[in-house]
Design a protein around this ligand. Sequence first.
Ligand code: 5AD
Ligand code: SF4
Length: 467
Amino acid sequence: MAEPGKTLFIKTYGCQMNVYDSERMIDALEPMGYAQVDSPETADVVILNTCHIREKAAEKVYSELGRIKQMKADRARSGRPMVVGVAGCVAQAEGEEMLRRAPVLDLVFGPQTYHRLPQMMARVDAGERGLVATDFPAEDKFTELADPSKPRLLARGSTAFVTVQEGCDKFCTFCVVPYTRGAEFSRPAERVEREVRDLAAAGVREITLLGQNVNAYHGKGPDGAEWTLGRLIERLAGIDGIARLRYTTSHPRDMDETLLAAHRDVPELMPYLHLPVQSGSDRILGAMNRGHGADDYLRAVDAIRSTRPDIALSSDFIVGFPGESDADFEATMELVHTVGYAQAYSFKYSARPGTPAADHADQVAEDVKSARLAELQSLLKEQQSQFNAACLGRRMDVLLDRPGRKPGQLVGRSPYLQAVHVNAPDACIGEFADVEITDVGPNSMTGRIQARKEPGTAAHRDKELAL
Ligand code: 5AD
Ligand code: SF4
């Protein structure tokens, strides 16, 4: 066991699932006497939870390790050792190789081994170095890490992530996820439900269900049947205290009837959907092994819009996939015009070692990728501004979840995931407010509180409190 008083710093890169995993690592290490600190200089243990999705993301880790090497050397001179570990998808993809490239590392461990972190740290405490753990599968991780008999030690505000599904069997030809996160695995519905109940009891009001392919969720239900995401959402919405549910990331092929029904029938399910399409060209979608064409995607969008007309859509795009011609790129632009997004992420294709597309002879030149990305991003930015502009003068529920930059200001989230700034005292953090939007910018909005709302019950929408 660590001496009480030891300190821990975790830096998280990449997606929300890494954020969730980092919190679980903290939960696992706190009972061993580790307290979190917010800078690596003062930490006895430094963990980088890494992302391998694009080359840039992976390279950031090595430059950070360069800085940490210096800190480790400075501390060693003053007789205070520092243990440095790398977790996450770079650790999984590179394993042993990382120890050679960055000798500052003491341990390298992949996403399916976090439940063994306490044992690994005990071995490090006993003087072992150069530990590598990169084995699968995910089942053990979830049984141990998010065991409902070990509820989260700390509530971390009014919003939380909960991983319900991890890994991917779809093997898009550009993507490392099936290799770094492994085969698709869904957590049993009962375990998810108990975790959400614990979070609600600790004051959490908004839950985002996470999975690389979250709408392919097929966890075992309490009745022994396989539950879909739609069914799970319906169950979670009934938990007292849970006022908002979201899910991310979805695949267009898995938008099933039960999920559409949840969007129609469950008021707690927010009107926002992140539905990555990657490209608008059938030829490129085929080469990406997405398993659907542009028309299938547009049909999925129509289906969800006819179920929930006010839904805001978001997506991911890749430009410069190998073999992408001007005409292919134009098809992507056309799809964006047709759909109209509230928000979106777009990236230049980045060849990832070990994925089929990386070996493609027909790589697109860097300057062509840059030009296409700029053109796409300017259209997406324009659409985002238009979406925000359409909110001017509207009233919407905002969950005030953090302090703003100026004193007396708080920031919250609209149902459509926009950041909304309001004037309100800190005491309102964690509360819902009915807010009139008075000003809009491309990335955030400003509003005036019309009424505070009682948080904490599914029926919060109907109960208004006097200001
Ligand atoms: N290059 C560029 N973008 C990628 N993404 C995944 N792999 C790559 C890659 N090799 C993007 C996809 C995915 C998002 C999480 O990251 O758009 O939806
Ligand atoms: Fe990667 Fe495709 Fe799986 Fe998404 S669906 S995680 S892009 S392989």
